[in-house]
Write a protein that binds this ligand. Structure first.
Ligand code: GLN
Length: 331
């Protein structure tokens, strides 16, 4: 089978996918190691026996509804290549706005905390709650290092938290792949490693997290229970635990249907775990963002606002913990 034949075969097999052309192209790139242009130029090139077997197997798996990212093990997010398995949600473009917001706010934080000699008075403490692949916290750190010129010494201390041990393993793996070499974790002398400033904590929300933060960034489960079950019917194999917002503290279905059961527990916990003046940025559904914003206000957050994503959908709710009650009543 040559590349052109493989493309034809794949497209025919995946005609029920919402994106057959793209799926086939990415899967062919995955099995051949060619990029998109090479695939076009080498369309008469025969696949090796092994490549053909891998391609047919990938098509078969995609036909079950399994997303391409779980087949290749990779998903690009914020320009970075994340390793993914069905233990974690596949990073979505909707979440990129959360990174932009965090970076904008961090730019202000750094400028407020800069000494005259250019050193930094206070290193920001950040928590990525419900970290999954780690795409939120890792993208923030990478963008600060690579785009904003923040040195490793001035990078925020990042605490990744997830209830799932399997998900936290993927967070770790991505942090090691994207921010440094794993072995540097064991060498506290090596300050060149961004990884030294990272904690990984397996915890049901903040249960095992005895720290306070300047920022809490979170993409928690927020999809209503029945919609989560509906979504998973297409064979996407994303973890229900990471989607379903209607679970109680024991992980069991709470009986509610607004996707907010977990968020109602999470928002006050975030308030407790933020320093005064600290900021919470939370991804929500376009259908429950306004209710979440009200919840922020009820909890005591100030400057609460909702940000839209690139598709113009209500997506992120942001709020600040006031410096003091007296201050907040004047402001
Ligand atoms: N739409 C989001 C996704 O599929 C939902 C994520 C979530 O519940 N946090 O990634």
């Amino acid at each position: 089978m040559n590349i052109l034949e493989a493309k034809k075969y794949g497209k025919e097999q995946l005609k029920n996918s919402p994106s057959p052309d793209l799926d086939v192209s990415v899967l062919l790139q995955f099995v051949t190691g060619f990029d998109r242009t090479q695939l076009l130029l080498k369309r008469d090139c025969n696949l090796s026996k092994e490549q053909e077997t891998n391609f047919l197997d990938a098509i078969k798996r995609r036909k079950t509804g399994l997303p391409v990212a779980y087949i290749t093990g990779h998903k690009e997010f914020y320009g970075y290549d994340f390793y993914v398995t069905p233990a974690v949600l596949i990073p979505k473009p909707d979440t990129e706005i959360l990174i932009d917001q965090a970076l904008n706010s961090l730019a202000l934080f750094y400028s407020k905390n800069e000494n005259k000699d250019g050193s930094i008075k206070k290193i920001p403490e950040i928590c990525d709650m419900c970290s999954g692949s780690g795409c939120v916290g890792i993208s923030v750190l990478k963008a600060l290092l690579e785009n904003d010129g923040i040195s490793v010494n001035c990078l925020p201390r990042m605490t990744f938290v997830d209830i799932s041990a399997d998900a936290l393993e993927i967070t770790k793996k991505n942090a090691e792949r994207l921010l440094g070499k794993g072995e540097k974790l064991n060498n506290p002398e090596n300050l060149t490693s961004a990884l030294l400033k990272i904690r990984f904590i397996q915890s049901n929300l903040f249960e095992n997290v005895p720290f306070s933060f300047d920022y809490i960034l979170t993409n928690p489960p927020y999809v209503p229970h029945s919609e989560s079950l509906e979504l998973l019917k297409d064979g996407r194999s994303e973890p229900l635990l990471a989607l379903d917002g209607d679970v109680g503290s024991d992980g069991e279905y709470s009986g509610t249907e607004d996707g907010l059961f977990l968020i109602k527990r999470l928002v006050p916990k975030c308030f407790e775990h933020l320093v005064c003046g600290g900021t919470l940025i939370m991804e929500t559904g376009e259908y429950n963002a306004e209710q979440t914003a009200k919840l922020f206000e009820k909890t005591g957050f100030k400057n609460v606002h909702i940000e839209k994503d690139l598709n113009d959908m209500l997506r992120d709710v942001t709020g600040t913990k006031p410096h003091s009650l007296a201050f907040s009543s004047i402001a």
